[in-house]
Design a protein. Structure first.
Length: 202
């Protein structure tokens, strides 16, 4: 799932409940020989499947939602980031190699938050209008115990907590992006003005 940083309360819920925290992973920044807008690395090597996001100073935050403020100038150094979200197949390889058990699968009250499209006259500013806790939901069963990821190897993995995302990133020898890095990548070339829709250059 690529998602823009912002609307922090909703984003945090999505990240913890549905991955959005894994979403893109970073390799310690190494300046490439040629700096272009997100240059692609060779198909093999330490940066395969990643893009380089050049360093930039930009206005972070927004004034539309209180939790996104205040607007401030920040500088993000150049860094490598995965071009796509972590897929079910990639996460399955991690689980197979390590025997890792996600937080939604551990003993106790098992389950995860599942996205539900609101209908009717509901409060769209409330996270509860968009997400429902579903017992039995986890990355293998993203909408509940009767659902499956069979045939969905290339779909983004969901129902993964921050702890799960961090474990995956550590296994890959990478790290999760900071909020500044995430917003820098999500803004693309739109660095000086508030962005409410993800730019095509992101």
């Amino acid at each position: 799932m690529p998602l823009k940083t912002g609307r922090r309360t909703a984003f945090a819920a999505a990240a913890v409940a549905a991955v959005v925290g894994i979403a893109w992973l970073l390799w310690p920044a190494q300046e490439p020989v040629r700096i272009a807008a997100c240059p692609l690395p060779p198909p093999a090597g330490p940066h395969a499947g990643m893009v380089f996001v050049p360093a930039a100073t930009f206005t972070m935050g927004d004034t539309v939602y209180a939790e996104e403020g205040p607007e401030r100038q920040v500088t993000a150094g150049g860094f490598w980031m995965d071009r796509t979200e972590v897929t079910n197949a990639e996460f399955a390889a991690f689980v197979k190699a390590t025997g890792y058990v996600t937080t939604a699968e551990r003993p106790g009250k098992k389950g995860a938050a599942v996205f539900v499209m609101p209908s009717g006259n509901v409060n769209l500013s409330s996270i509860a209008s968009w997400w429902r806790y579903v017992e039995g939901a986890n990355w293998r069963h993203p909408r509940g115990p009767d659902s499956s990821i069979e045939g969905r190897d290339n779909d983004p993995v969901v129902a993964v907590s921050y702890e799960d995302a961090l474990a995956y990133a550590t296994w890959k020898g990478r790290k999760l992006p900071t909020e500044e890095q995430w917003e820098r990548a999500a803004r693309g070339d739109e660095l000086s003005t508030p962005v409410h829709d993800q730019p095509r250059s992101a």
